[in-house]
Design a protein around this ligand. Structure first.
Ligand code: SF4
Length: 338
């Protein structure tokens, strides 16, 4: 039996029409699920008994289980248990512009970034679309508020689960589902070049973030396995292709690792690398974890790096550090559990 949250409206319409039902039934079902937040088919009161039985025989509305919540003033971190017992995590952040959820796209990750807890634990499997969608719905229901934006930046490399992630984006963007505007959705990649190009071809107005983390191939290879597959030249060619197609500004994510990528010279090299692109740089203070040897750059070093970029005309911000009291590093909550 398939989870009904895996279906876009068009897919559900096609399915139902094939089974001899009216297309309109899909609208009624979507109204119950996403507008009325009713997940028990038996309570779909405007649908005939036999049709409800058909739905029960063919679909579930099962939710992933919210197993643990860690809370701080500006952030909540959620551990979910999936049907097969696998664990994933999601984060709710309170910004001054609204509520944002960071979702996981895979159980673990095969990209093997050396500073990352999820990379250390390797990929177990891709998430299905409903498992991503339900992270957002469950968190919205938990706080009883509308989620304003979604970032696909949790556990996993979204472009390594491309089809399910694109369907997830289409669903959360659908006005009949979660109605999250494309410009309020961000997908983050460590640099899967062919998929950046495929994504460009879709022409979506979704934000793209590139996890660069080092300004040279040599340094990047030290901390990111993906750099062994694709050079910076190839990554930036893909970025150009994306920007030519979409005219969208891209975020360059740069994690600040003590004595690895945080020198003034690194900042100068980074400024040169990106000077011809419409990008802004987001410096990310590192959350240390006990299993990984990297240390976070000091505030002083972050300030020097930031000021060097600024002085070279780079648009740069330092990411707000959420949740000092909880398992702040991405993947840390899950890794503690397993
Ligand atoms: S940083 Fe992202 S892409 Fe890299 S290993 Fe971790 S989850 Fe995967």
């Amino acid at each position: 039996m398939e989870n009904i949250f895996n279906y876009t409206k068009t897919e559900l319409e096609n399915y139902l029409v094939n089974k001899g039902y009216k297309k309109f039934l899909a609208s009624q079902i979507f109204d119950w699920l996403y507008d009325k937040k009713e997940y028990n088919f038996d309570n779909f009161s405007n649908i005939k008994k036999e049709t409800i039985q058909f739905l029960k025989d063919n679909f579930t509305t099962d939710f992933i289980e919210m197993t643990k919540v860690e809370e701080d003033t500006d952030v909540k971190k959620f551990l979910f248990t999936l049907k097969d017992g696998q664990k994933i995590e999601s984060v709710l952040m309170y910004h001054n512009y609204g509520l944002s959820v960071c979702v996981s796209s895979q159980v673990g990750c095969n990209m093997g970034c050396k500073f990352c807890e999820s990379g250390r634990l390797k990929k177990v499997r891709d998430l299905e679309t409903y498992e991503m969608l339900e992270q957002v719905i469950a968190i919205g229901n938990y706080v009883n508020k509308k989620i304003d934006s979604v970032v696909i930046m949790g556990i996993g490399e979204p472009f390594d689960n491309y089809d399910n992630v694109i369907k997830f984006i289409n669903l959360i963007n659908d006005p009949k589902v979660l109605e999250i505007g494309a410009r309020h959705i961000t997908i983050s990649t460590c640099g899967l070049v062919p998929k950046i190009k495929d994504f460009a071809d879709l022409g979506l107005q979704v934000n793209l973030a590139l996890s660069l983390h080092a300004p040279t191939d040599e340094k990047r290879k030290q901390i990111m396995n993906i750099a062994k597959a694709y050079s910076l030249k190839e990554v930036f060619e893909a970025l150009k292709y994306y920007q030519d197609k979409t005219k969208r500004r891209v975020t360059i994510e740069y994690i600040m690792l003590d004595k690895i990528n945080d020198s003034k010279e690194d900042a100068v090299t980074l400024a040169k690398l990106i000077k011809d692109y419409n990008v802004y740089v987001n410096l990310i203070p590192y959350n240390e974890t006990k299993n990984i040897e990297f240390k976070a750059s000091s505030q002083k070093q972050i300030d020097i790096f930031y000021n060097t970029l600024k002085s070279l005309g780079v648009d740069v911000t330092v990411r707000h550090k959420f949740g000092n009291k909880i398992s702040a590093a991405c993947g840390q909550l899950r890794s503690k559990e397993i």
